[in-house]
Design a protein around this ligand. Sequence first.
Ligand SMILES: Nc1ncnc2c1ncn2[C@@H]1O[C@H](COP(=O)(O)OP(=O)(O)OP(=O)(O)O)[C@@H](O)[C@H]1O
Ligand SMILES: [Mg+2]
Length: 356
Amino acid sequence: MEAPVEKAIYTEDVPEDREDLVRELLRMQGGAVMFVGDVDTGKSTSLIYVANRLMEEGRSVAIVDSDVGQKGILPPATVSLAVPDEPFSSLSELKCEACYFIGTTSPGQYMGEMAVGTWRLTSRGRKLADFVLLDTTGFVYGRGAEMKRLKVELIRPDVAVFLEREDELEHLKSMVGHLTRTVELRVSENAREHSREDRRDVRMRKWRRYFAASGELVLRDVTVTGTSLFHGRRLGAAERELLERIYGWIVFEGWRDPKGCYHVVKAGKPFAPLHRGCLHAVDVEKLSNLLVGLIDRDGLCLSVGILKVPGLGGGALQVLTPLGDEEVSKVTEVRLGRIRVTEEGEEIELLRRDEL
Ligand SMILES: Nc1ncnc2c1ncn2[C@@H]1O[C@H](COP(=O)(O)OP(=O)(O)OP(=O)(O)O)[C@@H](O)[C@H]1O
Ligand SMILES: [Mg+2]
């Protein structure tokens, strides 16, 4: 039997304090509730329970899934919004209403995108439902704590729910306690840790599932963002040949930006930095199987895709994606992510933000 695609599923076997929280929320008109906790403390399981209970009591609920490492509401590597209209047992059953492209499963270098995406979708969720429940990543220490603080400052949830075994989230509560009402929930005795391999396996099944009904799409006349490539004046043959002679590369394409710096896509020898400050060289293989976001005029992500042929030479981009034909016309921008992945769900490589 194939292992389930989700690790968090609906259960009624939860500690009593979840019902206290539900009662407290029912006394409110509505509001945003952010679930915070270390990895595998039951954030998603508790959120699913509370969402179902609120719906049972006749309240409408929107869910913002910002846990890019362990997404429930697909697509992966995005922040996503869903508005369930009936009881549900796992987040992956829910249809994505809108999503914001992050482009990686490891959001440490993407605080800006995470904040913008979570804020935009929470604002939309507030208009669509009484309650917005926010699922978050398990990064709660160091930079992760800063990320949570920024999210709370920006989103101003009405309630922040902290899943704790003892008082390990004191540092966070003291950072945000004056900005939101804090509620502690006990970690269930049934909460189970998952190894890195388990987590990768769960992600693999989700990638696979998302790309299962994909086809290749050819995109022309789109703006490419999320990179310093594809901008500025395209290099001519003579300039490319000069770079090839100096560095011993094959240069597929290059651009000169307004400051006079060169950005090239090349193959061959590793970069020997003669003029590093002004030359940014990307190996062509970094663009192959790169995750991209297909973005609409509003900056929201219609779908994610896998870049197969990078459209160098000003040509068309070839992308594998499940996006339907009628939606394709809405794509005005392709945003480069920082994970290389296959449609089979094999995560080849995470790239640093500054690599592209
Ligand atoms: N009340 C419960 N009863 C049974 N199992 C539970 C309960 N709470 C959590 N678990 C199990 O513990 C594991 C972790 O729970 P969950 O995925 O909800 O945590 P999380 O904090 O959302 O994790 P992540 O940081 O990966 O997002 C899962 O396998 C889940 O099924
Ligand atoms: Mg979770």
